[in-house]
Write a protein that binds this ligand. Sequence first.
Ligand SMILES: [Zn+2]
Length: 127
Amino acid sequence: MKDTGICELNSDGKVIRLEKEFYRQGDVFKSRDAYKNRPDAPCYVPELTDTVYTAGDFLRLCKGQKAFADQLFDEVDWQHPEALLEELIRNEEWAECPNCGSFVDYDSGYGDKKCSRCGAEVEEQTA
Ligand SMILES: [Zn+2]
């Protein structure tokens, strides 16, 4: 799949070229190729700021849980990944394990109810 927009860094990691393009909801830079193949290269820049995210950033936001990082990257389309992450938790698509803090694919109660990392039960969310 073709990149949306262009984001290039120089060897110091400074942005030397940034062009955003319309993608689903807003103007962003988004590169699936960089996300998959170059963990330290820019793979996403949101609409409202020029904050550059790498695949490593997505993975860090998702506490090293790759499947969650992949979903976050797939779904992000204009906002900051942090904001989308909060939304996913608020909407109960994801839950946080009360014991170890790992993400659980809660899916509004239809998904996992146990933490895959430590086995703790995820309590019903009271949002
Ligand atoms: Zn846990």
